[in-house]
Design a binder for this molecule. Structure first.
Ligand code: MN
Length: 471
């Protein structure tokens, strides 16, 4: 059952040091918070005392906020990309090669290539050539860790699936690899999660079909920003298939057959709106699979895992971690109310930011990409990535090219890059590499996924020119 190198070794170290001082540091996004809850529950069940902290990221500044005087420090959903830095710090504190001090990393990000001392244990799927980008997430690695401690802990699998969906590991429509074959299987058998074929429109339990279609930006058709055409589109389906789908119906209320009809008609519409060589990739952006928590009510924002992840982000992006943690633990009272409130304000924030881009900001076109700049904290660094992605709903944004959003923050600039899924399937494009290269050239740093990534740069300099060079 040891799917990933070092899993057993890491469990052994935890067991041997169970009565020592243990600190667990986790990332703050959906995957990180689910890693945290898995490890919290695990420690509770094993009757191990541990302390916890959240970490936004590990860099040369934040590493000094980590108290290295614990006997065992576990990093979850971060760490593998900062091995060199962690090693350096341990060396500084005289902890390298100590037989009584351990670092355990449970992560899925790309591994920083460096030789590790015996007391740093890096548990990461990339060690086994398993794709940490889509086959397992940080919470997934934590789940496998827990499962080695006790194979009966399959009730924790649902958190790992939520983490995977939060990290968009189902990019091509459904979960694959360890996510599917081990973790999803466990979560289904435990009775926590259901999966079924579905359309890849967002908001299945929280928005009318009409709105879900309206905000679908993976392919630009003549339905975008055109309410009457969407109504016509639905009416045409009703006539053709003799059905009675209403624009106000939620996707979760429709039968599988009805969804299939909508998907088929939408696909043939999309066929007419994309370059011929992209057509083959269309089904992957229209048809997919949904993952839902059986214990949540229909039309609750927590039922569908994609929407649950939005709820978590609407708190964690604003520095609020306790609320999603308590909701994940089962609170449907005070913290759940707070979460719904934060979700509303998050949505308002996004729609105001999008309006601002639409009305006040120029989209600048380059040959291979486009970009826009925002001054003066007008869009917070916490949501600039979301705004970059949603900017494809603006007419002036060319949906066949990647987009870079550059937002001025207190000290420097936050940059985010996005491109529509279809392009990332059809074209050999790697935005993470591009943003990393250009950011480094102007004294910043960044990275992420091929289709969605971000960076921080202290000054703009020739950032755009460097992007042009590499794209
Ligand atoms: Mn992650």
């Amino acid at each position: 059952m040891e799917y990933i190198l070092n899993l057993k070794k890491a469990v052994k170290v935890l067991r041997k040091n169970r009565d020592k001082n243990i600190l667990i540091c986790t990332h703050i996004d959906t995957d990180g918070i689910n890693s945290r809850i898995i490890l919290e529950k695990l420690m509770e069940r094993l009757n191990i005392d541990a302390e916890f902290m959240f970490l936004r990221q590990i860099d040369f500044k934040t590493i000094d906020t980590i108290p290295f005087d614990y006997d065992v420090i576990i990093f979850a959903d971060l760490g593998s990309g900062q091995l060199e830095l962690i090693k350096e710090k341990m060396n500084e504190y005289g902890l390298l090669d100590r037989k009584d001090k351990y670092i355990i990393i449970l992560d899925h990000h790309l591994i920083d290539d460096t030789k590790l001392p015996e007391n740093i244990i890096n548990v990461n799927p990339w060690n086994n050539n398993i794709d940490g980008g889509k086959e397992i997430c940080g919470a997934g690695v934590c789940y496998l860790f827990a499962k080695i401690c006790d194979p009966r802990y399959t009730d924790l699998a649902k958190y790992a699936i939520l983490g995977a969906v939060g990290d968009i590991q189902n990019l091509e429509g459904k979960l694959v690899g360890l996510n599917r074959e081990v973790i999803l299987k466990d979560a289904i058998e435990a009775g926590d999660i259901v999966n079924f074929p579905d359309l890849q429109f967002y908001g299945k339990h929280t928005k009318p079909l009409f709105t879900s279609i309206k905000y679908f930006t993976d392919v630009r058709t003549d339905l975008m920003n055109n309410d009457s055409r969407i109504i016509d589109f639905i009416n045409k389906i009703n006539r053709k298939y003799d059905t009675n789908i209403l624009p106000k119906n939620y996707l979760c209320e429709l039968t599988l057959d009805e969804k299939r009809m909508i998907g088929t008609e939408f696909l043939s519409k999309c066929n007419r709106h994309v370059p011929p060589k992209w057509i083959v990739y269309l089904p992957k952006v229209i048809f997919g699979e949904s993952y839902e928590l059986r214990s949540e009510e229909i039309k609750s924002p927590l039922r569908n895992l994609e929407e649950f992840s939005t709820c978590i982000n609407s708190c964690s992006r604003y520095g609020e971690y306790e609320t999603p943690l308590q909701v994940l633990k089962g609170d449907r009272d005070k913290y759940y109310d707070k979460m719904k409130k934060m979700l509303r304000s998050h949505k308002r924030n996004i729609s105001e930011s999008l309006d601002y881009i639409k009305n006040e900001v120029e989209i600048i076109q380059r040959d291979k990409f486009q970009y826009f700049e925002v001054e003066n904290n007008k869009i917070g660094g916490n949501i600039v990535g979301i705004i970059a992605g949603m900017s494809y709903s603006i007419e002036e944004v060319d949906w066949k090219k990647p987009i870079f959003a550059i937002s001025e923050i207190d000290e420097g600039y936050k940059v985010s890059a996005r491109c529509p899924k279809l392009i990332s399937f059809a074209e050999d494009i790697n935005l993470a590499e591009a943003i990393k290269y250009a950011s480094k050239k102007v004294g910043g740093s960044g990275g992420g996924h091929k289709f969605a990534c971000g960076s921080y740069i202290p000054k703009k300099g020739d950032f755009i020119k460097y992007l042009e060079d590499i794209l």
